[in-house]
Design a protein around this ligand. Structure first.
Ligand code: TTP
Ligand code: MG
Length: 347
């Protein structure tokens, strides 16, 4: 197997720089509605902005403190999705065996392409540059795990090929967080066991890992630390749910505002699933209060639907089952049990 992982560089920020070339070279931060004095988090920051310590998921207000001169812009998903589609079209020129991972990321199975790895990567980079004027980073390896680690090794505009013999010299010195699926919690657990790097992880016997993390995760970590990953590409991804949520500018106690917001979010989610050709059977409403206490209520429908009227009513039913005893910070809605239109089971 030969797998290529591609990840666009500072994606949202780079797309904004395309539209506004005067931003190039300046610290650019994309997040929320673009107002750094308001609530919201950083979606991404240009490499210039990263020099100030700004990164994804950081509160916009913190980013503003770190670099008040940065250009703050709102998130424009419509535009980023359009560019993302162009990129995915370019990738499909090379192979239909693509796992779409996210708006700026994908795995390609390039086993059948009769060209050296570096060559393929260069051609893909050039095609993407020609079509979109954007740069990306590419990693190539024998499996998804290593290809993803590789694409992250030389960012931006990187190209890294990892071969079997490289695991000890190039993968083992990396921190455990570089393994896909190792989040902050696992990182802390491992740190408590004296493990910081992938190489140190590989020194642990399997039974120690399964005792600590369970059979499945223990085995995964044991193999991953050795560069082993047999997960196949998921080429036909079906969404399981679609959701929207919003954090209010100021906590709200007016029920009317909450209801109207929920109606608006529901209509956006319904537009999304309709556009993707799905119907849904469950609706979940989430409310977070000013003290962060969070409650959800869900309802399952008898038959899948994409009717806004029915789904809005179901969302309101859920909301009515929540006691709004405190000011509300966030409201959200998720529709689940999605089924492709035309594939619905006959009830
Ligand atoms: P990433 O590929 O993680 O980040 P990036 O493309 O901005 O930067 P890098 O060069 O390191 O790859 O995510 C792709 C896009 O997804 C990013 O431009 C914005 C969005 N995003 C969020 O909205 N929130 C997040 O927490 C992250 C990590 C990304
Ligand atoms: Mg990226």
């Amino acid at each position: 197997m030969r797998i290529l992982h591609i990840d666009m560089d500072a994606f949202f920020a780079s797309v904004e720089e395309l539209r506004r070339p005067e931003l190039i070279g300046k610290p650019v931060v994309i997040g929320g509605n673009g107002d750094p004095t308001k609530r919201g988090v950083v979606s991404t920051a240009s490499y210039e902005a990263r020099k100030f310590g700004i990164h994804s998921a950081m509160p916009l207000r913190t980013a503003y403190k770190l670099c008040p001169d940065a250009v703050f812009l709102p998130v424009d998903y419509g535009e980023y999705s359009r560019v993302s589609e162009k990129i995915k079209d370019v990738l499909r020129e090379f192979t239909p065996l693509i796992e779409d991972v996210g708006i700026d990321e994908a795995f390609l199975d390039i086993s059948q392409i009769d060209m050296p790895s570096e060559e393929i990567a260069k051609v893909i980079k050039k095609r993407i540059k020609d079509e979109t004027r954007l740069t990306c980073s590419i990693g190539i390896a024998s499996n998804k795990l290593l290809a993803k680690i590789a694409s992250d090794m030389k960012k931006p505009n990187g190209l890294t090929v990892i071969i079997k013999g490289d695991v000890k010299s190039r993968i083992w010195p990396l921190p455990v967080r570089k393994i896909w699926g190792v989040g902050p919690k696992t990182e802390v657990c491992l740190k408590d066991m004296g493990i910081r790097t992938i190489g140190e992880l590989a020194s642990l016997p399997l039974n120690k890992l399964t005792e600590r993390f369970g059979e499945s995760s223990g085995n995964y970590l044991y193999n991953a630390s050795r560069g082993i990953d047999e997960n196949p590409l998921i080429t036909h991804w079906e969404p399981k749910s679609s959701s929207r949520e919003i954090t209010f500018e100021k906590d709200v106690d007016d029920r009317q505002v909450i209801t109207e917001t929920l109606a608006e979010l529901t209509s956006e989610v319904v537009d999304d699933i309709k556009e993707a050709g799905y119907k849904c059977r469950t609706v979940t409403v989430k409310v977070r209060f000013s003290d962060f206490e969070t409650h959800t209520r869900a309802k399952t429908l008898y038959k899948p639907t994409d009717s806004l009227k029915k789904l809005r009513k179901t969302a309101f039913d859920c909301l009515n089952r929540l006691e709004l005893k405190k000011k509300v910070r966030l409201v959200g809605v998720r529709v689940g049990k999605l089924e492709k239109v035309g594939n619905e089971r006959i009830a």
